[in-house]
Write a protein that binds this ligand. Structure first.
Ligand SMILES: Cc1cc2nc3c(=O)[nH]c(=O)nc-3n(C[C@H](O)[C@H](O)[C@H](O)COP(=O)(O)OP(=O)(O)OC[C@H]3O[C@@H](n4cnc5c(N)ncnc54)[C@H](O)[C@@H]3O)c2cc1C
Length: 313
């Protein structure tokens, strides 16, 4: 451990908000991932900004984590600083009629609940996506015909030099599972969401219906990171994988879900290496059978051992 860095981090956030060698498997829905060298959970914009400026000054890589629901973290963990924007930074406020302002760590399910309480419609699609709004802007998360792009007015972001500024919906360049946030390495701070006045019962009914659809189709009782692959143009990844005969195919503790072939699940003791090898095998078989290369939606972060190393941002 770099005592100097630890001391400096503790000068920015409270000591209890700086962990060392924190297992990432405790912070990912896959329940996979080795230790983060430093794991910091800031409370304010100023703290977030100072942590990033410190990393830059000390030439230490950092990675921004939300709820870890779209990540595969390497078994050897993440070197540098993981900045978790989640429970300490998750305020949800009704700013004016129809506009909700949220801090990046707020869960989409909580925002959906807040919208329902205030009889606002348009956010029902996101209620079952288990991420933070920061991660959802980064990914332009979407489901059942809705996506973040439909509801965002603007977001405030922090760049790698510590500047805070606003980006409008258009400036966020939201497209299928992409935004400018990833391309430029921005950190999402706050998001303004516009919704319409609705009927409480109708909102509840829609949420309930979508929830039932998820429960009946997805392996929600097993650790995963959601859809493993992006939807290839004109196809469904899950159907291609099923038609390739890979339903239930297993590598170590990683398995193609029998309930939904688009999900790789952790059957208990899966390692990042198991998941990586399973993903490669799926890609190989699907390419061979149908000539389509499946592109992972799940993001690989950290150190996977051997030469399989991905850099933290
Ligand atoms: C069971 C299950 C179902 C799912 N269903 C869906 C679905 O229907 N639709 C869908 O789109 N996704 C789905 N997902 C995937 C996932 O929930 C979304 O991608 C979600 O938006 C990720 O948010 P997160 O907070 O967990 O981000 P993380 O997984 O923590 O991070 C994802 C990426 O976002 C970045 N990031 C996180 N927070 C910030 C921030 N504040 N600023 C900048 N970058 C940030 C990270 O650096 C990383 O690159 C599902 C996942 C699971 C496990």
């Amino acid at each position: 451990m770099n005592q100097n860095l630890w001391t400096q981090l503790c000068g920015i956030v409270k000591e209890e908000n700086v962990q060392t060698e924190e297992m990432m498997k405790n912070h990912t829905t896959f329940r996979i991932g080795g230790p983060a060298e430093y794991f910091v959970t800031p409370h304010t914009v100023e703290e977030i900004k100072q942590v990033i400026l410190l990393c830059k000054k000390e030439h230490v890589p950092y990675f921004v984590l939300g709820n870890g629901s779209n990540l595969l973290v390497g078994d050897l963990g993440i070197r540098g600083v993981v900045i978790q924007i989640f429970k300490n930074f998750n305020e949800i406020v009704l700013e004016k009629e129809g506009i909700i302002r949220v801090q990046a760590g707020a869960l989409l399910s909580k925002i959906a609940g807040f919208a329902r309480k205030h009889e606002l419609t348009g956010f029902e699609f996101a209620a079952g996506i288990p991420g933070t709004v920061g991660g959802a802007v980064m990914m332009n998360a979407g489901a059942y015909g809705g996506e973040m792009k439909d509801v965002i007015v603007k977001a405030s972001v922090l760049d790698q030099n510590g500047n805070v500024f606003f980006l409008s919906n258009e400036e966020l360049e939201l497209s299928y599972r992409k935004s400018i946030v990833g391309r430029k390495g921005y950190l999402v701070l706050e998001v303004w969401i516009a919704l319409k006045k609705g009927e409480k019962e109708e909102i509840e009914e829609k949420m309930e219906d979508l929830k039932e659809r998820r429960i009946s189709k997805q392996p929600l009782d097993r650790p995963s990171a959601g859809s493993t692959f992006k939807r290839p143009e004109g196809y469904f990844a899950g159907k291609l994988i099923m038609d390739a005969g890979l339903k239930g195919f297993t590598v170590g503790g990683a398995q193609v879900s029998e309930k939904h072939c688009g999900f790789v699940i952790n059957t208990g003791e899966a390692t990042a290496k198991d998941v990586t090898n399973l993903i490669k095998e799926i890609q190989c078989v699907v390419k061979e059978k149908f000539g389509i290369l499946l592109e992972p939606e799940v993001k690989r972060i950290g150190d996977f051992g051997e030469e399989e190393k991905t850099e933290a941002k």
